[in-house]
Design a binder for this molecule. Structure first.
Ligand code: ZN
Length: 93
């Protein structure tokens, strides 16, 4: 029996994988002519937050002033990364 002793690896914090999703919002789809029975969008091509994340401005488009919900939601990338500390694994895009 050749059980080798005396070698120990301390791997209490094994890296775990986190999935980071980068979401962006496309063109504005709000119908600005709904009240007159027509259909007209403002032509805004991409959502740009007018305020910092966490404030009400983060949900408002700086370009057209519409709520983020009016913009087409597109999930751009989904990446798996390895991190040893999932609690502190916050990635900002
Ligand atoms: Zn808009």
């Amino acid at each position: 029996m050749g059980v080798k002793r005396g070698e120990q690896t301390y791997s209490s914090s094994t890296p775990s994988s986190c999935t980071v999703r980068s979401v962006r919002y496309g063109e504005c789809q709000k119908n600005h002519a709904a009240n007159i029975g027509g259909y007209a969008v403002d032509g805004c091509r991409e959502f740009m937050a007018s305020g910092q994340e966490g404030t009400s401005g983060a949900l408002k488009c700086a370009a057209c002033g519409c709520h983020r919900n009016f913009h087409r939601r597109e999930v751009e990338t989904e990446v798996s990364i390895l991190c040893c500390d999932p609690i502190h694994c916050i990635i900002e895009w």
